[in-house]
Design a protein around this ligand. Structure first.
Ligand SMILES: Nc1nc2c(c(=O)[nH]1)N[C@H]1C(S)=C(S)[C@@H](COP(=O)(O)O)O[C@H]1N2
Ligand SMILES: [Mo]
Length: 409
C-alpha cells in the first residue's frame, strides 16, 4: 500500500464515513506487512497467572499471610471449607445447610468431586470497574454455583445469593458481593455459568488470585468475583447488598466494550507510516470494529461533540486468533472443553470472543512533523460507538483514550 493510498484511506475514507456514506470493511483487508514487527511484540493473548494484576483488600491482604496462618484459616486446598447457609435476616427455606459447626461444610475434595461431573472452563478478561486496563485474561475453571445451591434443597423465599471471603475475621474488612438467584440458576444469552473457581489457565488458583476458591461471574466486573471464598448465603432479600456499592459504583453493570493503544513508536519520523497496536475488551454487546484517529494537538474539537462522533475515524485490523495462546498453560496447551471453543478444531467458535480481549493493529499514514493526539475507539456489535451506550464512569471504564504523538522531522 502506498503512503498516498494510506493517507486517502485514513482521511478521505474516514471523512466519507463520517458524512454518512458507506465504507468498505477495511478491517477485513490483509494486514500490511509493515505491522508485523509490532504485532510480534504484542502481549500474549492469555495472561500467565503470575502476570495478573492484583486488586485485594485486607490488612494484611489474605494472600500475604504466612503458610501456617493460611492453613489455620482455611486458605489452603487441604483446609478450605465453604459454609452455605440461609440468611438469618431474610430467611430462605432450605432442606439443609452446610456449616462448620455441624461438620457439614463443603471441602475442597467435595468440590472437586462435583467438578468431575459439572466442571466448566471459559475464557474471561478480569477487569476492575474502576481501573482502565484489564487485570488479566484467563481460562477460569470451576463448578457452577447452582450445583452447590441445589445441594441445600431450597424450597421457597430465595431471591438473592450473596457471598464473601476470608477477611481477617474483621467485620470492617468484609468484602461481599451478590447476584439474583435467577442469574445463578440460569445463563441468559449463552453466558457461561457463575462458578466456584479453583483453576486458572489449567493450574490451581493461587492465593493472590483468590485461591483455593473464588467466585467468577463471567459477564461482570471484578468485584463480583469474590476471592478466598468462605460463605455463600441464600437470602430472600429483594435487592443487591454488595460492599462495592459503597463508593458510588454501579454494581449491576456488565462488561463494556472499549479499546486502548498498547504500542506506538516513541518518536515517529515525518512522512513515515506509523504502526500502532492495541487491545479491545469485548463486553456484553460484542465488537464489530476498532477505529483510530489522529488529530493535530493544537486544533480544537467542537465542544458539542465530546465523543468525537464526527471525526474521520479509520478502521484498524482486528487480529485473528493468535498462533500461540500464551497463558503459561501446562504443556502450553489450552484445557479441553473450553466453552466457546470448537472441540474438533480447538479454535474459538466465534471471533472476537465476548467477555474477552482481542488485539488490533493499524498503520497510520506518514504525518508532517508536529504534535498530534492519537485516539482509538470501538464500535460494538449493536453499532454503538465508544463510550456509548453506557458512558458513565462508575459503571466501568469506557472513555475514549487519548495519547500524545510527537512526529519529528
Ligand atoms: N475477597 C475479596 N475478593 C475480591 C476483592 C477483594 O478485595 N477481596 N477485590 C475484588 C475486585 S474490586 C476486583 S477488581 C477483583 C480483582 O481480581 P484479581 O486480584 O484476581 O485480579 O477481585 C475482586 N475480589
Ligand atoms: Mo475492582
Amino acid at each position: 500500500m502506498s503512503d498516498a493510498e494510506l493517507t486517502r484511506r485514513f482521511f478521505l475514507g474516514g471523512a466519507a464515513w463520517a458524512a454518512g456514506c458507506a465504507v468498505t470493511a477495511r478491517a477485513a483487508d490483509p494486514v500490511p506487512p509493515e505491522l508485523a514487527p509490532a504485532i510480534e511484540q504484542l502481549e500474549p493473548y492469555f495472561t500467565p497467572p503470575v502476570d495478573f494484576r492484583d486488586v485485594s483488600r485486607g490488612k494484611p491482604v489474605p494472600h500475604s499471610l504466612p503458610d501456617e496462618k493460611k492453613r489455620a484459616v482455611g486458605l489452603t486446598r487441604e483446609t478450605w471449607q465453604l459454609e452455605v447457609i440461609s440468611d438469618p435476616e431474610n430467611k430462605t427455606t432450605l432442606g439443609r445447610q452446610f456449616t462448620k459447626n455441624d461438620g457439614t461444610a463443603l471441602d475442597f475434595p467435595g468440590l472437586l468431586k462435583l467438578g468431575e461431573k459439572h466442571a466448566v472452563r471459559f475464557a474471561k478478561v478480569m477487569t476492575c470497574l474502576n481501573i482502565g486496563c484489564p487485570l488479566g485474561m484467563g481460562v477460569w475453571e470451576g463448578v457452577p454455583l447452582r450445583e452447590v445451591l441445589w445441594l441445600t434443597r431450597p424450597k421457597e423465599n430465595l431471591r438473592r445469593v450473596f457471598y464473601h471471603g476470608y477477611h481477617n475475621d474483621d467485620p470492617n474488612q468484609l468484602f461481599r458481593s451478590s447476584l439474583s438467584v435467577g442469574r445463578v440458576l440460569e445463563d441468559p444469552d449463552d453466558l457461561p455459568p457463575v462458578i466456584l473457581c479453583y483453576k486458572l489457565n489449567g493450574r490451581w488458583l493461587d492465593p493472590e488470585r483468590g485461591g483455593p476458591v473464588r467466585v467468577v461471574v463471567p459477564e461482570a466486573y471484578g468485584f463480583k468475583s469474590v476471592k478466598w471464598l468462605t460463605h455463600v448465603v441464600l437470602s430472600n432479600l429483594a435487592h443487591a447488598n454488595d460492599t462495592y456499592a459503597n463508593g458510588n459504583n454501579d454494581i449491576d453493570s456488565p462488561l463494556k466494550t472499549f479499546a486502548d493503544v498498547l504500542s506506538v513508536p516513541g518518536t515517529p519520523k515525518a512522512g513515515r507510516p506509523i504502526p500502532v497496536t492495541g487491545y479491545a475488551q469485548v463486553g456484553v454487546s460484542g465488537l464489530s470494529k476498532v477505529q483510530v484517529w489522529v488529530h493535530p494537538a493544537a486544533k480544537k474539537w467542537p465542544d458539542d461533540d465530546p465523543y468525537f462522533t464526527t471525526a474521520p475515524w479509520a478502521d484498524a485490523h482486528i487480529l485473528p486468533p493468535p498462533k500461540s495462546w500464551g497463558g503459561a498453560f501446562p504443556e502450553e496447551r489450552l484445557p479441553k472443553d473450553v466453552l466457546g471453543f470448537d472441540p474438533a478444531t480447538g479454535q474459538p467458535a466465534a471471533w472476537p470472543m465476548k467477555l474477552a480481549k482481542v488485539h488490533w493493529a493499524a498503520l497510520l499514514p506518514g504525518l508532517p512533523a508536529g504534535e498530534y493526539t492519537l485516539r482509538s475507539r470501538t464500535i460494538d456489535a449493536k453499532g454503538h460507538a465508544q463510550p456509548m451506550p453506557r458512558p458513565f464512569r462508575k459503571s466501568g471504564r469506557s472513555d475514549i483514550e487519548s495519547l500524545k504523538l510527537t512526529v519529528t522531522a
